[in-house]
Design a protein around this ligand. Structure first.
Ligand code: KG4
Ligand code: ZN
Length: 303
């Protein structure tokens, strides 16, 4: 639905959410062999994000909870991503370093417990996923671009193009990806975009992004003295990134944990889990339809 616009159209998204949310809820309950009466509480995404889409989820969650007389908890979308690796068997223990790489964020965090997050590094401009999406657009691939670029990169040749590694040797844990996109733009203007050339550009682009992400993760482990890294968010699904991080972590005798692929990109399970962790500590909202389109993760408190 959004592909023909090259990005998410807010109004189309919220209208689609209204159409889908309740049938999807019915479907999920049936698939899980549960009924509404089995629900002890409802967690929903309160922010950050598009206000219209957030309002759809919030109103459905609060109304359903009011009717069922169960508590609700509004969850921060990125807290969901941060805690997603804990959905797996043998989950990492606190504290750990988290790399959050999605369409809107590229952050390194120190995670000391539920709601106890410290920002170590951030992107100064575009997010890594955004860079994948913009590169995909320049190469004439569809949206979302990450999976498409990564598929094409597998066919590319090493060494034909050289793109910059922005901030690779900076003394901090920050990122910058907008220059990389400009460099890709220059390449696409200089060369006829044959399938082969597109694959070679995709290859080098993926190498550049994953090299920088890997180096900064290792620097974060070094600086914090921690030996546990978790990776979350849509770009965390990238196979080359996982390969590089796993190798680099092994050399440092550190452990890297990832959520399974479907829990890397946006999903409901991570929101339910974060909400459940907070409900265990008796956190509970009122039944107001409150959304927080802008919401800084560092503002969160332990439950
Ligand atoms: O976490 P997510 O599903 O949604 C946000 O909260 O942003 O992340 C979506 C982003 C998109 O930019 C998409 O292109 C990127 O994650 N992505 C990937 C891959 N799968 C999704 N990027 C690189 N490689 C992938 N395999
Ligand atoms: Zn996300």
């Amino acid at each position: 639905m959004h592909a023909e616009y090259g990005g998410v159209v807010p109004e189309l998204a919220s209208r689609d959410h209204i159409r889908r949310a309740l049938p999807l809820t019915q479907h999920v309950l049936r698939a899980a062999g549960r009924t509404l009466q089995d629900i002890d509480g409802i967690a929903y995404t309160q922010g950050p994000g598009l206000a219209g889409a957030l309002l759809v989820g919030t109103s459905i969650a609060e109304s359903l909870a009011f009717t069922l007389d169960v508590p609700t908890v509004g969850v921060h979308h990125l807290e969901g991503h941060l805690l997603a690796p804990l959905l797996e068997e043998n989950p990492p223990a606190f504290p750990f370093v988290a790399l959050l790489v999605s369409g809107g964020h590229t952050q390194l965090m120190r995670v000391s417990g539920i709601g106890d997050y410290e920002l170590l590094g951030d992107t100064l401009d575009d997010a890594a996923g955004e860079a994948f999406d913009k590169t995909a657009k320049l190469l004439g691939l569809g949206y979302p671009g990450g999976p498409a670029v990564s598929k094409l990169a597998a066919l590319g040749k090493p060494g034909r193009f050289k793109l910059p590694r922005p901030l690779l040797n900076s003394d901090d844990l920050n990122f910058s990806f907008s220059g990389l996109k400009t460099a890709v733009l220059t390449l696409t203007n200089q060369h006829a975009l044959t399938d082969e050339t597109k694959a070679d550009i995709a290859y080098e682009f993926q190498e550049a992004v994953t090299e920088v992400l890997t180096a900064k993760c290792m620097a974060a482990l070094r600086e914090t003295g921690m030996d546990n890294l978790i990776v979350s968010g849509g770009v965390g699904a990238n196979a080359r990134l996982r390969e590089r991080l796993t190798q680099a972590a092994q050399r440092r005798l550190c452990k890297v944990s990832y959520p399974r692929l479907e829990f890397c990109t946006d999903n409901g399970a991570m929101i339910a889990f974060a909400g459940a962790m907070r409900m265990l500590h008796a956190q509970q909202d009122d039944y107001a339809f409150t959304v927080r389109p802008r919401w800084d993760l560092a503002e969160l408190k332990a439950p």
